[in-house]
Design a protein around this ligand. Sequence first.
Ligand code: MG
Length: 318
Amino acid sequence: MPQTPARVLIIDDDVSTIRLMADALSSDYEVVIATQAEEGFVQALHSSPDLILLDVVMPDMNGFDFCRKLKADARTQPIPVIFVSALDTVSEQARGFELGCVDYITKPIAFPILLARVKTHTRLYRQTLQLESLAATDPLTGLANRRKFDECIQHEVARANRKRCSIALLIIDIDDFKPFNDHYGHGKGDDCLVRVARLLRKCVGRATDTVSRLGGEEFGVVLPDTDVEGAISLANEIITLFNEEKIPHHYATQHDYLTVSIGVGILDDSKLGEASIDPRSLIDVADEALYQAKENGRNCSKMQVLQPLSPTGIVSNL
Ligand SMILES: [Mg+2]
């Protein structure tokens, strides 16, 4: 698959240096520039560079401090930084490496060296991103995998505790999937899972919501900043969509098409008080709710609200 050219952000207060570097790079890279640290930080956040070429001596903030700032922010921390500076002593270069740069190029710039290092580090960074994405993806459906789900729910529950906001979790299970596989075969079973994944994605619109395949025929949707009403409305929308879509399943117990059951676990911010919750308790209430939905005849959703009692104790309403 052809890749888009890597994006290189040059931050340097000297316009002629920027011009020289940009000229050298522009045939193979997309070049973004900033002449001040503040502007450079905004670019680092918003233009998703694959590499930053960073000057050290700048009037508003020195490059070492700027690098420290980049490495302290989770959003910019992974971006590789190469210092490009006239400061060429061993101790200055060593300081750059201690702060987390991947390379240090001294001025006057030897352009073949600059090009070689930019090529190496942009390629490594792209490969790392690709590997991280593969490690987080369910290969069959392309959804987030179980590992990513665990990471996501940890992160979002911690955020809900910190910001005192609501969070909901939907656990969605395909009804009668075993007879589907038994009668139609595992190939068709896989096709069905892909289709289910697509339908779930269609319902879940916000970029902040994560749809994952938890394993087998079970899916999870983490919904940050979502109250009871929002979570129930999404669960109903999903149930309705499957009843409209009518994916054929002649061996299901209720209908001759595929349906799903949904357990909704929710933490309502009005109930949070001083308490905090852990991800496990949210998953547990969603699981209980799913069990109730199955008991209730499937093709429906049930909800459980987490009731944090105190900073130490947590119970759910059964
Ligand atoms: Mg300078």
